[in-house]
Design a protein around this ligand. Structure first.
Ligand code: NAP
Length: 255
């Protein structure tokens, strides 16, 4: 097992990628604190983990609040006595709006969930990891929107570019503390976030533009395939991988 005796906090674990990461990490022996707002979904996940080598415990909270990001990590330490891995996965997508149609409320919400939450969680995590003999490990789930300019709306592109900055600065700043920080950049993944019903209410100018650069015949990923990448980065198999921006997009941005 690749995560035996490790304690992980996974945000956005009530659906999609985060749910698959929590389950895979528990299969690999980790003790996982699963964070999201929908408590009933987390309870089901907790139940499901009883058959696995590790364990999942639920922590219901909103990561757009500074205090949740402190409390979820304190909870992991209280419950399991240590803390080794942070997965900043929770995220919110925008409505594909380009700059001319930026909605202030959505822009601010996106920054809170996709940028400030991971930043506050990272601050707390590195403070703990610096005291750990074996340091610690952070994986941020960004997006190809964090590398390119034309894959989503303006707000989401801005937010995911910020996550890349958070990743690189953290990797550099703590390179001598046995702390690694990497980011995964998927293209489309089949989750609630890409429910076709949501596209009907999207900004049509932005959506049409984004689709122009998505049309190379590459397929969407399944959430478990992104979880596999997270497992690699979080495990000792990636011991020399730090500050990496790992695309998981079936080659989309290479074409
Ligand atoms: N799907 C894609 O095509 C795609 C592509 C590239 C990157 N990504 C990134 O992958 C990550 C996971 O997305 P997904 O596709 O798995 O989406 P998803 O199925 O919609 O899951 C999003 C998760 O984030 C949680 N979340 C949202 N706001 C939260 C908040 N304020 N506090 C706590 N948890 C919150 C949700 O839980 P609750 O609602 O229960 O709180 C849910 O568990 C995101 O960072 C996303 O930007 C997705």
């Amino acid at each position: 097992m690749r995560l035996e005796n490790k304690v992980a906090v996974v945000t956005g674990a009530s659906s999609g990628v985060g749910r698959e990461i929590a389950l895979l990490f528990a299969k690999e022996g980790a003790k996982v604190v699963a964070v999201a707002r929908r408590a009933e979904r987390l309870a089901a996940l907790e139940e499901q983990s009883k058959e696995l080598a590790g364990e999942i415990v639920a922590y219901a909270g909103d990561i757009s609040l500074e205090e949740t990001n402190e409390a979820m990590i304190d909870f992991a330490i209280e419950k399991f006595g240590k803390f080794d891995i942070l997965i900043n996965n929770a995220g919110l997508m925008d409505n594909f709006a380009p700059a001319e149609n930026l909605d202030t409320e959505l822009l601010m919400r996106l920054m809170q969930v996709d940028v400030y939450g991971p930043a506050w969680a990272t601050r707390k995590a590195v403070r703990v990891f610096m005291e750990n003999e074996n340091g610690g490990n952070i994986v941020n789930v960004a997006s190809i929107a964090g590398i390119c300019g034309g894959k989503s709306g303006c707000a989401y592109t801005m937010a995911k570019h910020a996550v890349i900055g958070l990743t690189k600065n953290t990797a550099f700043s703590y390179r001598l503390n046995k702390i690694r920080c990497n980011a995964i950049c998927p293209a489309g993944i089949n989750t609630e976030m890409t429910d076709p019903a949501l596209f009907a209410t999207a900004d049509q100018k932005g959506l049409q533009n984004a689709m122009l650069s998505m049309n190379f015949g590459t397929r969407n990923a399944e959430a478990f395939e992104i979880a596999d990448v997270a497992l690699f980065l979080a495990s000792d198999a990636a011991a020399v991988v730090n500050g990496a921006i790992v695309t998981a997009d079936s080659g989309l941005i290479s074409f």
